[in-house]
Design a protein around this ligand. Sequence first.
Ligand SMILES: Cc1cc2nc3c(=O)[nH]c(=O)nc-3n(C[C@H](O)[C@H](O)[C@H](O)COP(=O)(O)OP(=O)(O)OC[C@H]3O[C@@H](n4cnc5c(N)ncnc54)[C@H](O)[C@@H]3O)c2cc1C
Length: 463
Amino acid sequence: MDNKVIDALRGLLDADELLLPGDLNFEKYGKDETEDLYFAPHVVVRPKSVESVQAVVRVADQFVIPLVSRGGGTGLSGGALPVKGGIVLSTERLNRILEIDCENFFVRVEPGVITQVLQEEVDAIGLFYPVDPASRGSCTIGGNVAEGAGGPRALKYGTTKDYVFGVDVVLANGELVRYGGKRLKDVTGFNMVQLFVGSEGTLGVIVGITLKLLPLPTHRRTLMAPFPTLESAASAVPAILQRGVIPCALEFMEQACLKAIEQRRGEAVPHSNAAATLLIEVDGNHEETLDREMEIIGEVLFEHGAFDVDVADGPTKQAELWAMRRAAGEAVKGISPYKEEDTVVPRANLPKLVNGVHEICDRHGVRMICYGHAGDGNIHVNLLRGDSLQDEWNERCAKAIPEIFELTVSLGGTISGEHGIGFVQKNYLHQGLSDVAIESMRAVKQALDPKGILNPAKIFPDP
Ligand SMILES: Cc1cc2nc3c(=O)[nH]c(=O)nc-3n(C[C@H](O)[C@H](O)[C@H](O)COP(=O)(O)OP(=O)(O)OC[C@H]3O[C@@H](n4cnc5c(N)ncnc54)[C@H](O)[C@@H]3O)c2cc1C
């Protein structure tokens, strides 16, 4: 990178807003949670104000340099990786909750607020921000918006998109624009707010977010049920909803996933000998209703072959079950190098998806562990390298992954439910979208970022 760029940034930022190679922690900005990929940025900025963000974007625009926004760096599709070098703009210091509006049920935040911090702040005053990615202790609201993050509660409460009502964005030329706000209804022009949900840092830097809040549900019930086969667990999922109950979470873990959690935590996990388990939670304000819902769920689970229905007897046990579920990602990825696919299908096709991905991976000799948000039809398929040689594993994955996506699409699904396309899925985009759809998205990108400086080499397939 030209020294003129660094000089320009030095002239605009405080010394502690700028990191250069060799500075403490510089390396961490070259990776996220995607496989073991690393790309060195040329420079890292950590702006403390929106004005500083604008100044940095103007420098990137002037010198035509890549600029990659970064939140918590927990992404699983390589979105925050500076694959073309350039400037990494971390939002870690833009981390203030600006306003909690208890009358209108909205909160305004800077992008670097950690999701769990926001949840706990609003929870303390009886309000609820339901979007609950398993990474909530380290991901940011800005990253959640940019990825359209989901999580276990999406089944009843939806995903990030259902809560974002306003975004403040620094555009590629450094101008600040505000879309939406604390309004439940707004059809004044295009729905630009939602355009930025899932935009993966390619259309602008999100510097302010207005989120809808809900009243905090007062009660919840949680259970875990073991099953003899993957299909029996998967087939119970649509059946529960058909009986008129909408759990707030309905999670699926297969045996190998529970074993990985046991190994990672060095302690026994309930029902780890079952072929698969479901973790189910209902919430609301009326205990009798929840008890009746639990009875109905129990009946359906037994009808579908559950060995047992293990109801958590209080908050401690509930917290333990969720801590176990949240550990799944790191436990599975800790086994060996991996590639993770984020398949999603209409819920009723879940048994076909789960069976199908196992059949494909067995046929190609790839070890695979799956778990995920069964209630949403969203299953994370982890391909593990194990002891295979790198080249051999790459070859096998290159055959298995397109087949997994082909199956997913044939079942009415698509190639990413919540992790985004980013860097590692971009060359599969044509399996999830038509050529016309991809070209229309390229046109939007071209209109908002004509020089192509914002998070280049992401989402769109290599030419
Ligand atoms: C253990 C584990 C569990 C996970 N569980 C879930 C889950 O349950 N559900 C789920 O949906 N995801 C999950 N994820 C994935 C990840 O946490 C989410 O994608 C999350 O939204 C990323 O947020 P982040 O702040 O870490 O963003 P980063 O990884 O830093 O960035 C992600 C993308 O957002 C862009 N971006 C970040 N901030 C901004 C901004 N201010 N303006 C514009 N673009 C920006 C980046 O350029 C990048 O493209 C999990 C990850 C891990 C490691």
